[in-house]
Design a protein around this ligand. Structure first.
Ligand code: BGC
Length: 773
């Protein structure tokens, strides 16, 4: 764990430069706006530890699969989110010396991510080896309003000298991905141009071997202006052109104690959104429009847009600055990553903050992110996330066919960009099939929250049929057990591979079959559409549903009658049953133990049986949850970022206040405090939605019951109060939890009836009620 970030309610602050943690800070201070984003890199050259990263949404490359031993069924490529042109570069050279924080004496350093306003600021004084001293202040943002643009203000004040300095304002497209499989660079140059104070660089992703993957073009453009004492100054510029690089070199007269400010504006337009032949022209128009606005107006708009966002979904925690900072940090990054404006996009585990994990879509979206968007955004955002999977149904069917399944069985990929599987570890690609169930569960979750039953007719049922078919082919009859079994799977706990009868996967499979049967009945109320779907999917109702019913009745679930717990998989009890306290000095085990040692151990990466008890909590009593929680949680190392949040929700339900709080801090500050020693790779964006769930579903106890919202809150002792806002159907509610009462503001005009503990409470339009608890 690291503890160098200053605790503050609205800002992430690095006080004094910590070069040893620079890559972590760069991740933490990433900026984005749903369309583009990048890490909190310095504008000027830096020869110390750094991961330079800029990303454009929806732009990727199919990097040829690299494995030690090829297995039939492996995907051809791993879809990489592409590290793209660096638009932030502003380099300074003073009398032959380069400003490089790794080579100078740095003082008064402060780097601040202001989450309230959506900006990244930096200020420091630097002494060059020659003894010349300067003060630098920078401010940068990715505009939410003009979401293909970013802007920088870079201010230079010499403290003990005057000279003519050389400034290089650049666009650098000679970029490679750190995680490139074959050391290849993925960009080709298409065109570049530069004039006085303005540059354009158009790059294209290399043509791949696979026809299903298009190439993408991105035109990055930039313009800059210099100001002294608030007045624009005309500087002498010299254009520089190199391979995939274009810049302006500026001769800048610097006077002791006089501030010079450079405003740099940049745009990133991709062929996903503009015809390729117009890219440069569109970039010019875009830049002309934003530079006409000017930096200050753009900044003002940025602040206002963030203000409106925060009004919609801030969570306030009173009495615990670290917890407050943690939740805002999570909400901030979620909002920067996915805005729901474009149904082609999804939520990558690293968003715009790093490269690891490649593709954009994991089961994380359905299992963890969907509830956040359901409660905090317009309904269409969550719907778009589901439709995205419907759009990939054909590919999910092809994917299942490649693995030997037939008759329209669909297996959704573990990782994807365009619907094609691109994960290439056999134990995950072929075996971590529970992801398919999460996609069905998301349909259920969406409908239960929104009441949008039409979704089943329009899109949902086709997806469910494909998924149900997959499960019915994936199980087999065991004559020894006289039950259906599911062999060779990996559950959510990836620290077990190729196990038989993972309880969670078996339960989920049966649940999918049941839910699909229910969905069929619902859609039958529209016989025309039902008939259409039957034809479209060549559905043999009698044969298929009777097989499903038979599986539902005869599925095997591993269980230990003595401890009264579901067994994570067959044979789990043969392991040496230790707890995480027994291995304190060995953690994280994924960095300290060999893989076989992990597999043989009882240690659990993330909720597995407990994931099932979280999804299907209404099927089990609190006593069942307690027994399983008490058995599994002490063995759980939470080395997936997705783990702590589920445990918060369950610990809260079980009244385990300390455990709930401990897990909350872990999920909320996972990246801020670098719990898993991997923040330098980028942030854990998808688990940030889990942090939101920890507060709202965990401490707020929010559920859907009796077709409405239900709350069963508790206040952690460390907090004085907390409050959150949720949208539910036609209503928006502000819910505040204090020690002995809860306040609900109905912010809409429509009355609503909710459950608080077991009581029904009706709240008139625009009314506030206080309820003791
Ligand atoms: C987790 C998976 C998750 C993936 C991406 C892995 O470490 O075990 O459940 O889908 O990260 O977040």
């Amino acid at each position: 764990m690291k503890n160098y970030i200053v605790h503050d309610e609205w800002c992430i602050i690095e006080e004094g430069f910590h070069p040893e943690y620079n890559e972590i800070t760069e991740s933490l201070m990433s900026l984005g706006n749903g369309r583009m984003g990048g890490r909190g890199n310095f504008e000027e050259k830096y020869s110390g530890k750094t991961l330079q990263g800029n990303y454009v949404a929806g732009v990727w490359f199919p990097d040829k699969t690299r494995v030690g031993w090829w297995k039939n069924g492996y995907p051809n490529y791993f879809a990489k989110v592409l590290n793209a042109c660096n638009w932030t570069g502003i380099d300074l050279e003073i009398d032959g010396e380069t400003l490089d924080l790794a080579r100078c004496e740095v003082s008064e350093f402060r780097r601040v991510l202001n989450m309230q306003e959506g900006t990244l600021e930096r200020s420091f004084v630097v002494k060059l080896p020659s003894g010349k001293s300067l003060k630098i202040n920078t401010l940068r943002f990715c505009s939410l309003k003009d979401d293909e643009a970013g802007a920088i203000s870079y201010s230079i004040t010499p403290l003990n000298f005057s000279t003519q300095a050389k400034l290089t304002v650049s666009l650098d497209g000679d970029i490679s991905n750190k995680d490139s499989n074959h050391g290849e660079k993925f960009w080709n140059e298409i065109s570049k141009e530069t004039t006085h104070g303005e540059c354009y660089l158009t790059l294209e992703t290399k043509k791949s071997k696979w026809d299903s993957v298009p190439t993408f073009q991105v035109c990055t453009g930039m313009k800059f202006e210099c100001f002294k004492g608030g007045e624009s100054v005309d500087c002498q510029t010299m254009p520089i052109k190199k391979d995939k690089y274009v810049a302006n070199e500026v001769k800048l007269s610097l006077k002791q104690n006089e501030e010079t400010v450079i405003y740099k504006y940049a745009v990133n337009l991709s062929s996903e959104n503009y015809p390729v032949e117009n890219l440069t022209a569109e970039a010019k128009n875009y830049l002309a429009r934003i530079t006409a606005k000017g930096f200050n107006q753009m900044l003002e708009e940025q602040i206002l847009t963030w203000k409106a966002k925060w009004e919609g979904n801030d969570i306030q925690i009173d009495g615990d600055v670290a917890a407050q900072q943690g939740i805002r940090f999570n909400i901030f990054h979620l909002q920067q990553t996915y805005t729901g404006e474009d149904s082609r996009l999804n939520i990558g585990p690293k968003g715009f903050t790093g490269e690891k994990y490649g593709g954009s879509t994991y089961w994380d979206t359905e299992a963890y992110c969907l509830p956040f968007y359901l409660s905090t955004s317009e309904q269409k955002v969550a719907r778009n996330l589901l439709v995205y999977r419907h759009n990939h149904l054909k590919r999910a069917i092809e994917n299942a066919e490649k693995l030997g399944f037939s008759n329209g069985a669909a297996l959704y990929p573990m990782v994807t960009m365009n619907g094609e599987e691109c994960h290439n570890e056999w134990e995950i690609t072929f075996e971590e099939i529970h992801r398919n169930g999460a996609i069905a569960y998301a349909i259920y979750d969406y409908i239960r929250y929104t009441n949008d039953e039409n979704y089943l007719q329009e899109y949902g049922l086709e997806v469910l049929i494909g998924i149900a078919r997959f499960w019915s082919q994936r199980i087999n009859w065991s004559s020894a057990q006289q039950k259906y079994v599911m062999l060779g799977v990996t559950g959510p706990n990836e620290y077990e591979n190729n196990v038989n009868n993972n309880w969670y996967t078996n339960y989920l499979a049966v649940w999918c079959l049941k839910y699909t049967l229910e969905a069929l009945e619902k859609v039958k109320s529209n016989p025309f559409r039902y008939e259409q779907i039957v034809n479209l999917t060549s559905f043999d109702e009698t044969a298929e549903t009777s097989k499903w019913k038979n599986i539902i009745k005869n599925m095997y679930f591993p269980y230990d009658a003595e401890r009264e717990v579901f067994l994570q998989q067959d044979g789990f009890l043969d392991k040496e049953l230790l707890t995480v306290h027994d291995i304190a000095e060995h953690r994280p085990i994924n960095q300290k133990w060999s893989w076989d040692r992990i597999l043989r151990s009882c240690f659990i990466k993330q909720a597995d049986v407990l994931q099932g008890l979280y999804f299907f909590e209404d099927d089990f009593s609190v006593d069942v949850l307690r027994k399983n929680f008490d058995f599994y949680e002490p063995m759980t190392v939470h080395e997936s970022s997705l783990s702590p949040c589920v445990h918060v929700i369950q610990a809260a339900k079980l009244g385990k206040k300390d455990k709930a709080y401990e897990m909350y801090v872990r999920t909320a500050r996972l990246d801020l405090d670098d719990y898993n020693n991997d923040t330098e790779d980028g942030l854990h964006i998808t688990s940030m939605a889990g942090t939101w769930m920890s507060v709202v579903k965990g401490f707020g106890g929010m559920r859907i019951k009796e077709n409405t919202l239900a709350f069963s809150p508790f206040l952690p002792e460390q907090w004085q109060s907390f409050s959150f806002r949720v949208g539910f159907r036609q209503n928006a509610l502000q819910v505040a939890i204090f020690h002995d009462y809860i306040t609900i503001d109905n912010l809409s005009e429509t009355p609503i009836s909710v459950l608080v503990e077991a009581d029904r409470v009706t709240i008139k339009g625009l009314e506030t009620v206080n309820i003791p608890h």
